[in-house]
Ligand binder design. Structure first.
Ligand code: SF4
Length: 156
């Protein structure tokens, strides 16, 4: 199974109450190989909500409130679901303070990108789950095929 950020499917769970659309991810989910979830909703955060960024290992929203605990709860619940479903891969939204992997915003709400991981992506990665983002369709499908030894026709 593959964990997938719910907002990729148009689910309006982003901080601004919107979703996004990535047809290749939607097609993947339609094949029934995915567990769709939103770590921030699992952490009991509301929709909409102020945007959050990571500052010195804490998650702070744009109003200055420390939301670290909610992000940790969402990350832990996501990991539990990944374990229950034997998920070994994830497609997560880039740059998010929960789902971003490799790059996140710098913590100053400046729009600047720095190296780093969102809370959920970090936890999943530490537990051996391979993480991809919306711009890595080819890399994801190649890795999935190798991992599960599927015929090419099943994944392209
Ligand atoms: Fe999307 Fe992840 Fe943010 Fe939820 S936490 S809205 S799934 S990027």
């Amino acid at each position: 199974m593959v964990i997938v950020s719910a907002c990729f499917l148009g689910v309006k769970c982003r901080y601004n109450g919107e979703g996004v659309s990535y047809p290749w991810i939607e097609d993947w989910v339609k094949d029934g190989k995915a567990i769709v979830l939103c770590p921030e909703v699992l952490g009991n955060l509301p929709i909409p909500r102020p945007p959050c960024e990571i500052q010195a290992f804490r998650v702070i929203d744009k109003c200055g409130k420390d939301q670290t605990e909610a992000f940790l709860v969402g990350a832990q619940k996501t990991l539990e679901i990944a374990k229950i479903t034997n998920a070994t891969m994830a497609i997560l939204k880039s740059k998010s303070p929960s789902c971003g992997f490799g790059e996140i915003y710098d913590g100053n709400f400046s729009g600047k990108i720095v190296r780093g991981n969102g809370m959920t992506a970090e936890l999943l990665s530490r537990h051996g789950i391979a993480i991809f983002n919306e711009d890595q369709e080819i890399e994801f499908k190649k890795s999935y095929k190798e991992k599960y030894k599927l015929e090419k026709s099943e994944v392209v």
